[in-house]
Ligand binder design. Sequence first.
Ligand code: ATP
Length: 236
Amino acid sequence: MLEVRDLSVSYGKHRALDGASLKTGRGEIVVILGANGAGKTTLLKAMCGICEGRVGGSVQMGGEELLGLAPDRIVETGIALVPEGRGVFGDLTVEENLTLGAYAKRARDEEAGNLERVLTLFPKLGERRRQTVRTMSGGEQQMVAIGRAMMSNPQVLALDEPSLGLSPLLCKELFQSLAAVRKAGLGILLVEQNAKQSLAIADRGYLLENGEIVHEDSAEKLASDPAVQKAYLGAA
Ligand code: ATP
């Protein structure tokens, strides 16, 4: 469904991403593990048409080339980004935040149906639809951000470090809700430093080091790989 081929990004002379290739299919959770500065955010931004650097290579959704398209046009092809730091509007209610996510043409006619779907997937948001987002916990705000991205009726949801700053309990809840999103048939591309919990729900994973994909395997194999354990799972 989503296919990235040989994607490179340079900021001036600095090559932040160097020939990265990856795929995400329907109903699949794919995790990209990488340390700080590995190029994870750059990869997601380049895919979504919002990267400040020089971008080369190819990003396709269902065979359509995305590189060179405007960001709003990219949303129309069925990819939605949940940026790092969430970007929710604290002074607005849950429902107002969700409704703001329905601006894409592909979603406008089905706003009511999509809202129902999001509130079914995240019952907590349904209970709190009139609550001001600023007053919610970090994990709940992250769910608002994911719900808002889902209001564009995407086929692929791309998330930039959604577990950042969450307590272990909230992390667990978050990853459980991503598993529910996958069940709804979406593909999920998850950029994370939290290797343990993300590999536990993922199907496949890629390791990104200094802008290059250095390894690809099933999530199960990655979780038991000694090199991965040492670099990302805090093993000695
Ligand atoms: P983190 O986990 O710390 O967010 P990351 O893996 O998401 O890291 P990126 O934010 O993609 O990494 O950054 C990759 C490299 O590109 C870094 O060296 C960073 O300094 C550089 N970089 C990112 N954005 C820009 C920019 N707009 N201008 C110049 N350099 C940038």
